[in-house]
Design a protein around this ligand. Sequence first.
Ligand code: ADP
Ligand code: MG
Length: 463
Amino acid sequence: MNDNSKIWSNILSKIKLELASFSYETWFNDTELYELKNGVAKIIVPYAMHKDHLKNNYYDLIKSKFIEEVGDNVELEFLIEEEIEHNIEDDLLKIQDGEANNNINIYDNDSSFNFESHLNKNYTFDNFVVGNSNKFAQMSALAVAENPGAIYNPLFIYGNSGLGKTHLMHAIGNYIENNSRKKVLYITSETFCNDFIDMTKKDNNKSDFDNIAYFKKKYRGIDVLIVDDIQFLAKRTESQKEFFHTFQNLYEDEKQIIISSDRSPNDLKLLEDRLRTRFGWGLSVNIYPPDFELKLEILKRKIKGEYIKKDVPNNVLEYVASNAGTDIRSLEGSLTRLLAYSTMMGRDIDLNLAIEALKDYLNLGYSDDTDVSKIQKIVADYFKISIDDLKSKKRNSSIAFPRQIAMYLCRKHTDESFPKIGIEFGGKDHSTVMHSCEKIEQEMKKNKTLADEIDKLEKEIHN
Ligand code: ADP
Ligand code: MG
């Protein structure tokens, strides 16, 4: 271990003691002390998002640990890997003062209004398992939870059903409730529509004013609004109008808004333009289907949960993880079914029992033989390295260069986006992928041998 990695690992072990494990893992895993020179510590972080977040939330903590460790005052600079490679010197990051204040709500002393957050306490960051496919979404969610209203507003989380959007939204809400006095409200967009309809309905026992006052209090007197499955607002013109005003009101007051949907803001065709535009004002993050490793990890965590007393052998977990469908809800369904079947039959769980129990349930024959994995295999074979190397963080050029070529080929020969390709290469930031593609394109113009090699690889891809 060289000096820098020793210093950094000492600092990290101290920081680890002071933070919740999900915070530590999200913000400090895969960080590295690149250089400590002239009173400046350059720290490599995995994603661009880490730079702002560490600077705004953890600067003092890290700095104090440096002082304990090396005895000197240091300034911190956070960089992603490309910036080191490019030698781009960011301005020295300055400490930002002004911690997010916890607003005390103006409706606090209104006892007539019974406030309910509708949060599910079982969905937390603690039990949200992080893998390459959901890392960016989880990180954005935690950034918002640690700093509501301040940075990414609105936070828009989108992806197919069963991938963890609702879980993440509750996790944000629970975190904020537990760490501040902010008022959080979780609703689905259907609840919003129903409340809106109730407000406009005539009710003989109540004056119109009561209904409107109730609605306004429920939706305007909060600090954090979480709206799940916004796609159901499509076509409901009047509710959309009201939602627009609610959104605008909260947004102007710098209240945090978090929205989920099964598709991206741009693809929400049936929403008013002005809503769609606003959804894009903050940060939109895509949550992708889990890979095998994440599925396996989730299964392991679930059976560790106290309520499952049965012993489930590893080969059974692997069988379930590799054959379950593409979402986490169905993965959980497989496990529940397997446990129930074993109880019903009075038999221990082994591979035979699993095959029997799940034969009509699992998505057999599903394979993750995607275009990206095909390209990865061709490139890895060609350069005589392993696919794991391609997905690793290794930076020596015998691996980094083939990795850049593989990323370039994936971008050129598949429909996958930069972020998705990043995920397929072990969870790299999209800027890493973009940088690789540009670099290979430039090199090819200057270097005939490289152009020929790529030509050969392309022929194989189209074979
Ligand atoms: P969505 O809202 O995207 O349809 P949910 O949040 O309802 O999906 O997730 C479906 C189920 O899968 C929930 O029981 C949730 O707790 C679980 N789940 C999803 N992602 C994870 C994860 N990363 N770790 C642990 N459980 C997860
Ligand atoms: Mg959901």
